[in-house]
Write a new protein. Structure first.
Length: 363
């Protein structure tokens, strides 16, 4: 187990703008930290810099208190698992898993012991004599993880390890990885663009936006208290609804908003001083109820997706151009397409942002 400390880390390629820009982050001993963000925001680059596969242009990397910028990858005590788990096709699973130890000159009995232990943890003991061609995608990914485990690294780095698997295997492997972390207790850094993996696997999530950290925190605190529309919109599916609003009045304990061009909404919340006139209201699909048109914001139902356990209603709010979705329980009445409904927003869950996307405090 090890700590990782990143101080003012920069990465530039040639004269291009930085790919990683003054990044600071501390990963605690035994922690599972997930790097999440859209494609191209620099997640893999940072992970590869931690591993030593990519040079650090500026700043300091410490692993377990030791400056690691210039350490060779093999001296960092790190094992990395990639999306493409290139296994040697002519070797058995066991030989694949033990290969790095063999290269390091470990004796055969010790290698067999290490491979056996890792295989047990991963439930692949029965596969040790097979060749990779005779494995499913999920089993191959387990072997790739096994290859990393046998080296008993201080830190595991994962770069989108489940992206090549089909949906049901991804769910299964996600649970396996969470179990693996609690069994091994090793420090893990995990890159993904999948917000569900981030929400379920991480002790903490670091949300990346164009080479910078947008927000770092426990999954549920990022979900409930995003500091920006970027984080709010990234976590949660379907994503949070955003509506352009104007603040039109303030009482001591409520805020009057004009939603779109025609409708008014009173939020029973204490407004902060200096609330700007133009704001963005954020509300998650599960924090909206359907009511009579006279009792809420008027909306026209455009599409209903029935997933069995839930129904997703896509609606157009009168006077608004933004898409709006509502999550209903699976067994509640299904509205008709074309019907006018009332939309009631749970004011206690509503978030406000300025037009730059920064969260505004509400009492
Ligand atoms: N060798 C390279 N030369 C120039 N630009 C690169 C190189 N590798 C990555 N980049 C750029 O760095 C940015 C971040 O890439 P990457 O870390 O792979 O993003 P992510 O893993 O978040 O999808 C991208 O804009 C990519 O084009
Ligand atoms: Mg990547």
């Amino acid at each position: 187990m090890a700590t990782i400390s990143l101080r003012n880390i920069n990465k530039t390629y040639g004269d291009n703008p930085p790919v990683i820009d003054g990044l600071n982050l501390d990963v605690q001993k035994g922690e599972f930290v997930v790097f999440v963000g859209p494609s191209g925001c620099g997640k893999s680059t940072l992970l590869r810099m931690i591993a030593g596969l990519e040079e650090i242009s500026g700043g300091d990397l410490h692993i377990d208190g030791e400056r690691a910028n210039d350490l060779h990858p093999s001296e960092r005590g790190i094992a990395m698992v990639f999306q493409n788990y290139a296994l040697y096709p002519h070797m058995t699973v066991g030989a694949n898993m033990g290969f790095a130890l063999k290269l390091a000159g470990m004796d055969k009995r010790q290698i067999n012991e290490a491979v056996g232990r890792a295989a047990e943890v991963l439930h692949i003991t029965h596969l040790l004599h097979r060749k990779p061609a005779a494995l499913s995608g999920g089993q191959r990914q387990r072997v790739a993880i096994g290859r990393a485990i046998v080296r008993q690294p201080k830190v595991f780095l994962f770069d989108e390890p489940l992206s090549n698997l089909d949906a049901s295997l991804r769910v299964q492997m996600r649970i396996e990885l969470a179990r693996l972390h609690s069994e091994l207790g090793t420090t893990m850094v995990y890159v993904t663009h999948d917000q569900v993996e981030a929400m379920t696997l991480g002790n903490r999530i670091a949300v990346f936006n164009q080479g910078k950290l947008e927000q770092v925190g426990a999954p549920i605190s990022l979900y409930k208290e995003p500091r920006s529309t970027f984080v709010a919109g990234f976590l949660g599916s379907p994503k949070m609804n955003f509506l352009a609003c104007q603040t039109v009045g303030e009482a001591t304990d409520s805020l009057m908003l004009k939603v779109g061009s025609t409708q008014g909404l009173a939020l029973a919340r204490t407004p902060v001083a200096g609330m700007p006139a133009d704001v963005t209201l954020g509300i998650r699909p599960e924090h909206v109820r359907l009511v009579l048109p006279s009792d809420g914001l008027r909306a026209r139902v455009e599409l209903v997706e029935n997933l069995g356990d839930t129904q997703l209603v896509h609606a157009a709010l009168a006077g608004c151009s933004e898409a709006f979705s509502i999550r209903l329980p699976g067994d509640s009445a299904t509205p008709n397409v074309g019907e006018t409904v009332g939309v009631q927003i749970d004011a206690s869950r509503a978030l406000l942002f300025d037009r730059g996307g920064r969260a505004l405090g509400l009492g």
